[in-house]
Ligand binder design. Structure first.
Ligand SMILES: *Cc1c(COP(=O)(O)O)cnc(C)c1O
Length: 410
């Protein structure tokens, strides 16, 4: 019998999802016709831009002509897409990123979770908390997390508490980590990291030789000018930070799968056994050759059109729609007397449970308002006491939900 990677048996959160599913099933069994509004999903509701689908149809037609047919594409992604990314997402903000620092992928999740492949098992990993549990699970399955203790934390992970008093941003850890996951605008708290704070973290990383893995999936939702559009706007960030970005949430690519990772050529890592340092950009290229394919030519042509004037306007409209939803929810939560964060530069609202327990709040939302939200525990033990609402849903449903929330009795 093949031996399995037992770490997969230890990835937690299954029990939390089970508990959610049971509650929903029980509710559905009793209230068969109750119109449930799902504000719990991180998936989007708006469709693709017609420009994207037209480009994909055209690209598909090219596949049938011998002269225009495309076989296996370049390992890092097609230059037409990489060049558009460099020009529109970096040059626009006076940031210099070279085309060979961009790696097209199937979405940020793939690279965020896979990045550990090129890092030694003994790195000390730190992550903000609460946070997407994928970061933790990625380190658990690659045996880097140590053992799970009773409070639901892994012994070798440094959890950087993000308290509400600090707008859900962390303090520097007492113990110096080798790698830090940061993610802003943040899922689940909806909070952002202003420029001065980001500058402090980049300086910390440079001074302490720490690698920052920066999840910028929600960058397009930033409307506040005090928040950088990319971590590379901060001087020195190209020495320490890798940025993960995606077309999923801003352009509806959650089903098509296309994103990209920026790995500046200045970043090196060290190997004790070989007693030398190596360039992470080159290592990642090597890893791609072994392990990954980029999304198809068809999908990359679709993504390219997002950088046309129509494409950029489409993204803006999408973002405005979702932020409009968030504003509707903010108003309703305020009327209900609930305390919340986020929903301004982010599609997520992080709501403090007036009962202390996130599960009690979840039950109340489900039973009284027939609204599904996410209990904070889905994002780690520090999510306790909060629930997350997503504004990535359809606007008429959000308006219905808002009416119910505004009228609820706490
Ligand atoms: C949705 C999400 C992702 C995944 O995005 P894809 O590009 O679809 O893989 C990554 N990080 C966070 C925080 C997310 O919410």
């Amino acid at each position: 019998m093949a031996l399995i990677n037992s770490q997969f048996l230890k990835v937690f959160n299954d029990d939390i999802q089970d508990r959610i599913d049971k509650k929903i099933n029980r509710f559905r069994a009793i209230h068969r016709d109750a119109p449930l509004i799902a504000l719990d999903s991180g998936d989007v509701s708006l469709p693709l831009s017609p420009g994207v689908t037209e480009a994909m149809v055209k690209a598909m037609a090219e596949m049938t002509g011998e002269a225009t047919f495309k076989g296996r594409g370049p390992m890092e992604g097609y230059p037409f897409l990489i060049d558009a990314i460099v020009k529109y997402n970096f040059q626009t903000y006076k940031v210099r990123i070279d085309p060979d620092e961009v790696f097209i992928n199937h979405g940020t999740k793939e690279d965020l979770v896979g990045f550990g492949d090129i890092l030694h098992r003994d790195n000390r990993i730190a992550t903000i908390d609460p946070v997407s549990q994928d970061y933790i699970a990625a380190n658990v399955i690659s045996n880097r997390a140590g053992v799970l203790n009773e409070s639901g934390q892994w012994s070798h992970i440094i959890y950087l508490e993000c308290p509400k008093e600090n707008d859900f941003m962390p303090e520097f850890p007492k113990l110096r980590p080798d790698v830090i996951y940061l993610s802003y605008p943040n899922n689940p708290t909806g909070c952002v990291m202003p420029r001065q704070v980001m500058e402090k973290w980049v300086k910390y990383a440079i001074d302490n030789e720490v690698l920052i893995l920066f999840d910028a999936t929600y960058k397009s939702f930033v409307t506040d000018p005090s928040v950088p559009q990319t971590i590379y706007e901060i001087k020195g960030a190209k020495k320490v930070a890798i940025e993960f970005r995606s077309f999923s949430k801003n352009a509806g690519f959650t089903g098509l799968h296309c994103g990209y990772t920026i790995i500046p050529k200045d970043i090196t890592g060290y190997s004790f056994s070989a007693d030398k340092s190596a360039n992470l950009n080159a290592l990642w290229r090597k890893r791609l050759g072994i392990k990954n394919y980029t999304p198809s030519y068809i999908i990359q042509r679709g993504a390219e059109t997002l950088f046309s004037p129509e494409g950029l306007a489409w993204i803006r409209e999408n973002i405005n729609y979702y932020l409009g939803n968030a504003a509707i929810l903010r108003r309703a939560l305020g009327e209900a007397g609930l305390k919340y964060w986020g929903g301004v530069n982010s599609p997520y609202l992080w709501v403090e449970s007036p009962y202390g327990s996130s599960w009690k709040m979840f039950d109340k939302m489900l039973e009284e308002c027939n609204i599904l939200c996410s209990p904070g525990e889905r994002f780690g033990p520090r999510g306790r006491g909060f629930v997350r609402f997503s504004s990535l849903a359809n606007q008429s449903r959000v308006m219905m939900a808002a009416t119910r929330i505004a009228e609820m009795k706490i």
